[in-house]
Design a protein around this ligand. Sequence first.
Ligand code: GLU
Length: 313
Amino acid sequence: MKKILTVCLSLLMLAGAMTSCGSKMFMATGSETGTYYAFGIVLADEIKNATGIEIGVQSSGASKANIQLIDDETVDFAIVQNDVMDYAYNGTNTFAADGAITSFSAIATLYAEVIQIVASPDITSVADLVGKRVSVGDVGSGTEFNAQQIFEAYGMTFDDIQKQNLGFTDSADKYKDGQLDAFFLTAGAPTTAVTELATAKDFNILTIGAEELAYLKENYGYYTEYTITADTYEPMEEDAVTVAVMATLICDSELDEETVYNVTKAIFENTEAITVGHKKGEELNAQTAVDGISIPMHAGAVKYFKEIGSLAE
Ligand code: GLU
């Protein structure tokens, strides 16, 4: 009898342990001074309020790194750039060497991510970056892809600069200390790293020339033109014209339909509460959230967007 009781107790404990690890999920974001991280925390809070589903938010090297984290099953959800998820799924760009990753699905686009080039005030064009100390984003970030393509539009490569691979926080810190002349970052604007830097050091946000802008839009379908208005960061004296991509929520394709449906619904039916937590919530739009997605969507997200009429039945 005692033995049976012990076996039963152990089974119960095992079941308990399995439920508790089964109920906690994880989301990979980006640098702690980027937008993914702060926005991810707000999303996770609202998802928990609406559904009881708990999602732990992790900082990371951002887009490419996040797709790898889903692939090796470290996380269940991630925020990535829509251009990078297409490269991953189709095995192009730097994924050509690593191989395509197709273990993830798209849920929805969230907000525009702006390619911001922060440079010392004496630098007024991307062409001036020749020979300069420039951070092009973390290894595995979407920022690095964007920087590479912008240089290409100017007939330049990473060989023309003294390239450094730093995340947002390190880029801003090194720029502040005079160890960098410029840095790229792709994130919702204003971005915390740059807002904080503005209190300590002067800078320019570079404008991409009209010809180079046309080149980018023609050769890379993801870019849309975006104006960073002069009131975005304290040191800016005029508007800066650049390009933007879309921050997109993705997940492990193996997640069940009901979970993903509930998560999608929780986000798009609580946009006001999300906006209170993070200003980028204003850009959440259930009608356009499926635009710009070039890879398969998760069945749970498809179910929600069909239900509200954003996708055809
Ligand atoms: N889009 C950025 C990247 O993948 C990260 C942005 C952020 O952390 O807000 O490089």
